[in-house]
Design a protein around this ligand. Sequence first.
Ligand code: FES
Ligand SMILES: [Fe+2]
Length: 436
Amino acid sequence: MADARDDIRRQAELLTRTGPGTPAGELLRRYWQPVAFAKDLPDGGPPRPVRIMGEDLVLFRDDRGRAGLLGLKCSHRCADLSYGRLEDGGLRCVYHGWLYDVSGRCLEQPGEPGGGAHRDQVRHLAYPCLERGGAVWAYMGPGQPPLFPEYPALSAPEAYRFGGRWFSACNYLQGNEGNIDPVHTSYLHRFDLDQVDPYQRISTSVFGVDTAPRLSIENARFGIRLFTERSLPAQGKKILRVTNFVMPNACAIGGYETGLGRGGCSMFWHVPIDDTHHWRYEFTFHSKAKLPVHLIVDQQGSERDENDMPYRNAANRYRQDRDEMSRTFIGMGHNFPSHDLFVTESQGAIHDHGAEHLVTSDLAIARARRQIAAAIHDVEEGKDPLGVLRHPADNDFRDLLVLTEALDTAVDPSEFCRELAQENIYALNPEIAAAA
Ligand code: FES
Ligand SMILES: [Fe+2]
């Protein structure tokens, strides 16, 4: 038994360490990762020091509007470039005036004879960036970046989506594992329905229909598709929820499809700051109906500050209100992300897999760990891991289905999804953009 636990802990070590040169770090660097929301990098705004997967970097927008991500410390004598000047097509170090462009070329060494005869020999650390879904994304891996995956939640115009992020004081892996654990919604997020907005009321009532749902999974080209089936015996029906693990640190889950109908999909990315902290980036999208943005803003605005730091944290015991527990399961209000951040942080800064007892509801978590481990192996063998895109023909995600639907009990969920994937439930309703 001790040996089996040791093996589990060895695998956990492999999956949770993300610094440069670590196996999972090398894997995560093969995918585009969100590094900021574009609104936090306005034209003329200051450079921002950022830490991503244990690397200290500076994110900036140059005077031509291009986003750049460079090593934080100047290549000359290591001054902090986040204090630099944005001018002349790049970021200028304030110590001796070296100027870098977004690709890491040193354009000027003004204190050197002739402006620096050997400046071309300097290649400052630089990662390519692009902007999608209102966020800046970076590719921090080697070689040619893969295609950017045109997920509907990211490629739709702004009128169809809403984005935000949350700081979380734990490892990225356990943060994302909460998203592929559909049974917890019936407990952690349970509350009396009379105090919440209509959208939450509908989704929460679905979770309460059957608190021991059946979970099954299948492999998908992007990761894992999850089927959660809840019985509605009185009607001879069941409620099928379809959610997804997206390699290697993302998911596609409920996006107001319960209240607004088919066509909603939220995607989250859990991006390591280091191995004990990460950002949870959220992109909420609906193709057919207007999202209740004012409700989202009101609720989330009362749960985090202007730097995306949650007000609830371990130091204040997540403001748990024991009296409130007669109306909510955990005594922490109605904001789902706050519940998720609390519970995943409570597992420990890096959750100890060796102390777990996985059960049937952890099916997708166990499969995702195996999928990540296999992808790490592929990278080590020089192959592209699962979900990395190289061919435009593969860049269509109508098969990334997110659903909550009442079906006859006899319907096979896998078959149902295979047929539905032929349609495009994410085709945009132009009236939404017109009304924005
Ligand atoms: S340390 Fe940056 S120019 Fe000298
Ligand atoms: Fe949750």
